[in-house]
Structure formats: C-alpha cells, structure tokens
Write a protein that binds this ligand. Structure first.
Ligand SMILES: [Ca+2]
Ligand SMILES: [Ca+2]
Ligand SMILES: [Ca+2]
Length: 287
C-alpha cells in the first residue's frame, strides 16, 4: 500500500530527475556550442589577391568592338591551365580574338602562352612555342593529350576555323588541325571537350558549333530574334484576351519599351531599320 509520505517522496524524486535531465541537456548544448566556436576559430580564412601584374602576365583580350556592334564582338575568349612542358608547374594559355572586315587594328592580335617559372612569375613563350594563332578569331580552348605522348595538346575553337596544336615535347607546337581533320572550316566553333567515348585509350574530340553567322547576315539574325520575340509576345497577348484597341494605344505609348528592346539587342543603324519593319509587321493584335 502506498502511503501519503511515499507519494510525496516519489513526487519530489520525479522533480529532481526532471531537473537533472534539464541540467544535463544544458551542459551538452554548451559543450556543442563550444566545439562549434572552436571549429569556427580553427577555420582558415581564405583571401585572394590579384597578382597578375606582379606575375608578368600582360595578356589582354581584345573585344574587337566597332560601331556596327557585330554579334561576334559580344563573345569573349577562353583560357586554359596546362603543364605543357611537364615540369610539374601549371602554365597558362590565353585565347585571343582576331581582326575582322570591320576591325583591323595596327597591332598584331595574338594568343599567349605563359610559362610558369615556379616563383610566382610567368614568362611569355608564345613566339618560341608557336601558338600565337595570329589573325585567328579564337573562342574557346580544350587541353588533352590526344596522342598519348604524355605532353598535353591544345585545341582552339574559333570563328571560321579551329586549331589543333600538337605538343612536340620540346617547348614548341605544330598546328595539325587539317591533317587531323578537325579544322572545322567555315564554322563558328565555341567550345570543345576531349573525352575517350569508346574507351580505346585515345582521347576523342567533341566540338560545339554556334550559329550560322556572318557580318552580312548580322542584321537578319537580329531581325529573326526580333520576330521570335514579337511572336511570343503576340501569343501571350492572345492568351490574355486583351482587346486590340487598347494594345494599339499601349503600342503607340511603347516607345521607351522599343528603345529598351533595341538596346537589349545592341542593334546598329541598319538593324534598327529592320527592327522597325519587324515591329510594324508583327504588330500584336491583343488587348
Ligand atoms: Ca609547366
Ligand atoms: Ca600529346
Ligand atoms: Ca577514344
């Protein structure tokens, strides 16, 4: 039989047990917090410093910008790390753009290979290596040892053609794109990748070509984009079920919007005329 005294003892005992459990939890939390703080304090702060100038890298990518604002001019070029001389230090290869019918600078436009000296500095060895790719409008670069001679080779994509630089193993390269059948003549290749897709031990090459473009169809290309844009807009208007009159009023008041659209597509004067025709022809019939 449980007496009143026994019940009181059990009641206070339960309270003490709860308090003890709470105290243990607090201590555990405090310990975890201390460990977390210690971990944070032990973490190493990472900071990066731009040392390009000190390292001797002077390469600058030329945008080949002209008043015509050709679409080609909007594309940047690539860069790759590779240990071309197998001395255990990663070297740098920068891809340069090239002259066009409208952009003819008085200085040579060359890609650049920088040898890593191992002391935080680099030396421009482009001429010696023979990888300047002068007058080639380069885009991307993919590095791979396609012939398994342990020296990395360089594939450079570009507008009009591509280059495959075979590493001769003596600090020089030879363009073997035509011989290898990977010149990609007449196309605008932008990116590439080396993969051994059939696992025969030799790297294979994937080249991605971009749009069919030339300075002559530059306007047409923008015009087509404009058409697609307006078709989408027109379709959206139909879905919304708006009345035509309201849209016409909005369209007349949409001068600023058209200006923003023109700015967005970076249209030059000739293209502006095409764009105007485009707007007239594809006048949305909604609202
Ligand atoms: Ca090296
Ligand atoms: Ca090789
Ligand atoms: Ca293969």
């Amino acid at each position: 039989m449980i007496t009143r005294r026994t019940r009181r003892t059990m009641k206070f005992g339960g309270i003490w047990l709860v308090l003890l459990a709470a105290l243990c939890s607090l201590l555990a939390l405090k310990s975890l917090a201390a460990q977390s703080t210690k971990k944070q304090n032990d973490s190493i702060p990472v900071k990066f410093t731009d040392i390009r100038k000190q390292s001797g890298i002077t390469f600058l990518q030329d945008s080949t910008q002209t008043e015509e604002k050709l679409y080609l001019e909007t594309m940047g070029t690539g860069v790759a790390w590779l240990d071309y001389d197998q001395d255990g230090l990663m070297d740098l290869y920068f891809v340069q753009s090239g002259p066009t019918d409208l952009y003819k600078p008085d200085h040579p436009m060359r890609s650049a290979l920088y040898h890593n000296n191992g002391d935080g500095t680099f030396t421009d060895v482009t001429e010696k290596a023979g990888v300047a790719a002068e007058n080639h409008y380069g885009q991307g670069v993919a590095v791979g040892d396609y012939d398994n001679d342990s020296y990395p080779d360089i594939y450079v994509t570009g507008y009009g053609s591509a280059i495959l630089y075979h590493n001769n193993g003596d600090g020089t390269f030879t363009d073997v794109a035509k011989k290898a059948g990977v010149g990609d003549e007449g196309n605008w290749s932008t990116s590439a990748a080396w993969i051994d897709y059939d696992k025969d031990g030799y790297l294979d090459l994937v080249v991605t070509n971009y749009i069919e473009w030339s300075p002559k169809n530059n306007s047409r290309w923008y015009f087509q984009r404009c058409q697609r844009f307006l078709r989408r807009w027109q379709a959206r208007g139909k879905r919304n079920g708006r009345r035509r009159r309201g849209l016409q009023q909005r369209w007349l008041a949409g001068y600023r919007h058209r200006q923003r659209l023109l700015a967005k597509f970076s249209l030059h004067q000739q293209t502006r005329r095409h764009a105007s025709r485009c707007f007239l022809h594809f006048r949305p019939r909604r609202q």
